[in-house]
Write a protein that binds this ligand. Structure first.
Ligand SMILES: CC(C)(COP(=O)(O)OP(=O)(O)OC[C@H]1O[C@@H](n2cnc3c(N)ncnc32)[C@H](O)[C@@H]1OP(=O)(O)O)[C@@H](O)C(=O)NCCC(=O)NCCS
Length: 181
């Protein structure tokens, strides 16, 4: 089996936040950041797998502080964990005001990328060579994230499958909604 180091695919993308990226409040749209995160995850995934890959899932997107127009956004990404055909790419986003050089951690997330071959079929990815304690910790966290997200999907599916419409209505009686069917 082939193995690659984390460093072989580690990537940082830096982009200037221009006025057309702003929302009505003058801050950068969350969607712009998500698109940049998807790009960097693709770069890391294709470098590690050595080919084409697709985004399967996005975990834990939290916008911790707003990004301003004129700031430089850096997205640092690496493969944290690998399964058989998927890679969990960890992304840390920071923005820097070029005048003050103050750096803010704006968000972090995990993108699951699946490797595909030319026939668009899932294909096995190389294993990871872990070279320091941080990489071992991230690999363990990645394993947990994969397990929890699978459990969450199964729980949501099974929990709603056997719920009757009457039970659904009863469960939202105190919620902020009106039924108008
Ligand atoms: C995601 C996809 C690859 C799963 O295909 P599948 O045949 O159902 O796959 P399997 O159940 O055999 O799982 C294959 C791998 O995907 C992972 N996977 C499947 N669904 C997943 C999900 N919802 N979240 C995270 N990982 C998932 C599995 O854990 C498995 O990983 P592993 O091989 O590393 O252990 C397939 O649905 C797909 O190609 N989706 C479209 C992705 C795409 O086009 N993205 C671009 C969006 S524009």
């Amino acid at each position: 089996m082939e193995f690659k180091t984390v460093a072989e695919s580690e990537t940082t993308i830096t982009e200037l936040m221009i006025p057309s990226y702003a929302n009505f409040g003058g801050k950068v749209h969350g969607g712009i950041l998500l698109s940049l995160m998807d790009k960097v995850a693709y770069v890391v995934g294709s470098l590690h797998s050595g080919g084409y890959c697709v985004t399967v899932a996005v975990e834990n997107v939290e916008f911790l502080s707003p990004v301003e127009v004129g700031e430089l956004v850096s997205l640092k990404a690496s493969v944290n964990y690998v399964g058989k055909t998927t890679m969990l790419v960890g992304i840390r986003v920071e923005s820097m005001n070029p005048k003050t050089r103050i750096v803010k951690h704006t968000n972090s997330s995990y993108f699951t990328m699946a490797a595909k071959n030319e026939a668009n079929q899932l294909t096995e990815v190389p294993g990871l060579i872990l070279e320091n304690q941080t990489e071992v910790r991230r690999f363990c966290e990645g394993k947990l994230i994969k397990t929890f997200s699978k459990q969450k999907r199964e729980l949501l599916k099974s929990d709603m499958e056997d719920v009757s419409f009457e039970e659904m209505k009863a469960s939202i009686i105190d919620e902020k909604c009106q039924l108008s069917l």
